[in-house]
Design a protein around this ligand. Structure first.
Ligand code: GLA
Length: 393
């Protein structure tokens, strides 16, 4: 797992708390290759953990306090008791992820000890690369290790999701947390979001990921995300199904004209996206990158036309990258939508041409400023490198 400078974190911990940290926990952000808005419909996703991490240096306390400082938020500090009801903190909203995971762990029966924590990371915040899931997984890894409470990566992901849903107030699915916990270097992770079964799918040699942040503000994310989720639930309810996973494309097509058009489109995206995700995982496994490129472009069109979550600037960015790669790369918007990032999975030798095309055309055509984020598929928080016991502990 490439890194933030761990020494800075360890030294700052000592300066802040006047004693050494005993552990360092790291968890990565993620990029999704395909399978968008399918996780909360019990469907399939194919993300990869990336080499940008949020990290937590930690030491246990004798008392029942959690004390935390976030280096990336002007060094803001919070302190609260494990024995008081948890409340949202409007002054230090980053700490809601900490309070949320502490509440979820305690409610699930984990016996936590007090802790001093120092948080620092390099997952670009607000870019749609799951900086918050990375923070949750690093915190859960750190808090359970300090308290000598074993936890599985699967449970950690579920509790991270619960913290977001119930405490932070974002109705996300499980993809981000699960891949941040379980990702493997050099691999994408096919997740069945109903059973939580996973399968690592190697990214073939000679292929690389380029993430391009669109510079489009993600203002509508929360309200539009929750609206999409409700629309999917309404579509499932129309078929008397628990989730869209239990509805087939054939059933959907035969309901054309009876189901409200917008719900038909939303369900059409989800059901076709599940099929595309499985096809993409097979194509990646077989090194059939031409099929992968086709399926990823179909996914982008489905997000644009059926799910209505892309923006004109993002569509332009996708077409610039696809053309620069002469159709030889998988390109699509990645993440929740309404801005954020585009992912290109391309031959290594094509990356300079892709980057040059973005520099030359994107800003001129859209007025937005892109940021290039080269990324490698990396280990998750529960891989060996996710947790280090430090000397002197
Ligand atoms: C966000 C959510 C995920 C998932 C994606 C869309 O990243 O956190 O759970 O729903 O959007 O695929």
């Amino acid at each position: 797992m490439p890194d933030i400078d761990s020494h800075i974190l360890v030294e700052q911990f000592e300066a802040q708390y006047q004693r050494p940290a005993s552990i360092l926990a790291r968890a990565p952000g993620r990029v999704n290759l395909i399978g968008e808005h399918t996780d909360y419909n019990d469907g399939f996703v194919l993300p990869a953990a990336i080499d940008y991490v949020n990290a937590v240096a930690a030491a246990p306390r004798e008392d029942r306090l959690i004390c935390a400082t976030a280096l990336d938020f002007q060094g803001q500090s919070v302190r609260f008791s494990l024995d008081q009801p948890m409340e949202n903190d409007p002054v230090s909203p980053w700490s809601d992820y900490l309070r949320g995971v502490v509440q979820a762990l305690l409610a699930d029966g984990y016996r936590l000890c007090g802790a001093d924590l120092l948080i620092h990371g390099n997952v670009p915040p607000g870019a749609g690369l799951s900086s918050s899931a990375a923070l949750e997984m690093a915190l859960i890894r750190a808090l359970t290790a300090l308290s000598e409470e074993p936890i599985t990566s699967e449970r950690a992901a579920q509790l991270g999701q619960q913290a977001e849903n119930q405490f932070v107030g974002c109705n996300c699915g499980i993809m981000d947390q699960l891949v941040s916990a379980q990702g493997r270097a050099g691999n994408a992770l096919l997740i069945d979001c109903r059973s939580l079964e996973t399968r690592s799918v190697p990214i073939p040699d000679g292929w690389a990921m380029l993430i391009v942040e669109s510079g489009v503000s993600r203002g509508l994310v929360d309200s539009e995300y929750n609206l999409r989720r409700e629309q999917c639930e309404s579509a499932a309810a129309f078929f008397g199904a628990e989730s869209l996973r239990d509805v087939t494309l054939e059933q959907l097509v035969s309901a054309h004209g009876k189901l409200e058009p917008v719900l038909f489109q939303r369900a059409h995206h989800v059901l076709s996206e599940n099929e595309r995700t499985l096809r993409a995982a097979d194509a990646l496994r077989d090194g059939d990158m031409a099929t992968l490129a086709t399926v990823m472009m179909e996914s982008h069109r489905s997000m644009r036309d059926d799910f209505d979550i892309t923006t004109p600037a993002i569509d332009t960015l996708v077409s610039i990258l696809a053309r620069a790669a002469r159709g030889q790369a998988g390109v699509r918007m990645t993440g929740g939508g309404f801005g954020g990032c585009v992912i290109a999975l391309a031959r290594e030798e094509d990356l300079p041409a892709l980057e040059a095309a973005v520099e030359a055309e994107y800003s001129a055509r859209t007025g937005c400023k892109a940021r290039l984020i080269p990324a490698k598929a990396s280990d998750g928080a529960f891989a060996e490198a996710g947790l280090a016991w430090l000397d002197g502990a």
